[in-house]
Design a binder for this molecule. Structure first.
Ligand code: PLP
Length: 471
């Protein structure tokens, strides 16, 4: 475990979060107009907002605000909500309305922002002995997602966050689990699972001693079939001190080493949106320390308008990742939830950006796959634009699917310049529906267990969530 020389006697940075109530007092925002700050407070009443000093001081270029990509990625932007909602929120804030009144309006607006896309609650939550296991998702055969409840927040929130409902109290952390026991019990019953992905929020917001309670049980010999532990995190970008100077940084790296000693692979799934995030000395030192434990950093991020919607940014990003020993993994399409109107990019443009960037880099950067939609049936990539039998079509392909036999099967949609998500695409060649739709419908209607392997077990309605809502 190397500690870089210039960090051998660091002055520890103390984490402090700034939220909506700090918008009027943050010195960096003072030169913005009062109207802009009011707009920011209006948006931050509905959508999550939180930053910290590292982001303010190291990542945002304040001379380029508001266009600066890191500013767009972290601060509420006026365009994120419909103008009518903005006007109503502004009115309440100007007349200094009581918080319950603001919250009531915010709740109405939030409900219109498609808070639960991709059938996650309905179709992904697994069962053990007939009981649902909240805090887990098992959609693809090999990988179980686990949402530890103490890890359901982040060092800074991304403005477009697709898990925004849990940060504004809409979801009550129904998706989270305190118990590592239910995870290990489920895994014992599922030898087909090889990967566990701890996700959030950001699991690395947890103290190492807490994280250890979730990871150590996975290393036991009776769970030998778990070969990979993944941690989804944005901390390498938002708070690299987590790996350097936080009081339990060394202990965290020891935990990563223990995973390796137990004969498993630790994959740090770093949310990596823009080359600036990788340009700072603390971020680079953090990556070196993580890698010194034998862990591999794999990078993924969505393509977001105002943040990284051009090919140069992606080519630079993938090159920077490889230069630092990290592996480009996924480019995602912005999900159909929250302030998507402000951040979304049409699929054919996503494809063009991906392809242009991909052509500019060497084979080592081309471990990346995308642009990928995490949709209800699976992860679907836009794989090309072509003309088949005189019809202009969009080539699509599953790179991951609820039903394993769908993976890598090509299919085609009518060319559509404006579509931003799978459900806006229509099948090409005059077909009534895509090949996977009948089976997906069957999965939903029969209330089958999520993931495969349970098809014979009828699934009961999920009373635990109080409602069942198909997409
Ligand atoms: C992306 C994803 C995974 C992991 O898929 P890989 O292709 O193995 O990276 C697992 N579960 C869900 C629900 C996902 O969205």
């Amino acid at each position: 475990m190397l500690r870089p020389a210039h960090l051998s006697r660091p002055a520890p940075a103390k984490y402090k979060a700034y939220t909506r109530d700090d918008i009027e007092s943050l010195p960096q925002l003072r030169h913005l107009s009062a109207e802009t700050r009011l707009d920011m407070r209006a948006v931050a009443s509905v959508l999550p907002f939180r930053v910290n000093d590292y982001v303010l001081e190291h990542l945002i270029d304040w001379d380029r605000v508001p266009e600066d990509p890191m500013f767009q990625l972290t601060f509420p932007q006026p365009g994120m909500l419909p103008e009518a909602d903005m006007a109503a929120l502004r009115d309440l804030l100007i007349k200094d309305a009581a918080q319950p009144e603001i919250t009531a309006l915010a709740r109405q607006i939030q409900q219109r922002l498609n808070p639960h896309p991709a059938g996650q609650m309905e179709m992904n939550v697994p069962y053990l002995d007939g009981r649902p296991l909240p805090g887990m998702q098992h959609k693809y055969r090999d990988t179980v997602l686990f949402f530890p409840s103490p890890g359901q927040t982040c060092h800074t929130y991304c403005s477009y966050c697709f898990r925004w409902p849990q940060f504004v109290g809409l979801d009550d952390l129904k998706f989270a689990s305190r118990q590592a026991e239910s995870l290990t019990a489920y895994l014992r019953a599922h030898p087909e699972v090889s990967n566990v992905l701890l996700t959030g929020g950001d699991p690395l917001i947890m103290r190492t001693s807490v994280l250890r309670r979730y990871i150590e049980p996975l290393l036991s010999p009776e769970l030998e079939h778990i070969s990979v532990i993944r941690i989804g995190t944005k901390s390498t970008a938002w708070w690299p001190w987590r790996f350097l100077t936080d009081p339990d940084a060394d202990d965290l790296l020891r935990l990563f080493e223990e995973v390796r000693t137990a004969g498993r692979h630790l994959a740090l799934m770093a949310h990596s949106s823009h080359p600036v995030e990788l340009s700072t000395a603390p971020a680079q030192s953090a990556l070196r320390r993580i890698q010194s434990t034998g862990a591999v950093v794999r990078c993924q991020a969505p393509l977001i308008r105002h943040v990284n919607d051009d090919a140069d940014t992606w080519a630079d990003l993938w090159r920077a990742q490889v230069r630092l020993g990290a592996v480009p993994y996924y480019m995602f399409v912005e999900r159909d939830t929250g302030p998507k109107g402000y951040f979304e990019v049409p699929l054919v443009r996503c494809f063009d950006i991906f392809q242009t960037a991909y052509r500019r880099v060497s084979g080592l950067e081309r471990t990346v796959r995308g642009p990928s939609m995490s949709a209800t049936p699976g992860k679907v990539i836009v794989d090309g634009i072509s003309e088949v039998a005189g019809e202009k079509v969009i080539n699509l392909r599953f790179i991951q699917a609820r039903e394993p036999t769908w993976v890598r099967r090509p299919f085609y949609a009518r060319y559509d310049e404006n579509a931003t998500w799978l459900d806006q695409l229509r099948p090409a060649f005059g077909e009534a529906e895509f090949f996977f739709e009948p089976m997906l419908r069957e999965m939903k209607e029969a209330h089958l267990e999520p993931a495969y392997g349970h098809r014979n077990v009828p699934r009961r309605k999920m009373a635990i969530f109080g409602h069942v809502e198909w997409e």
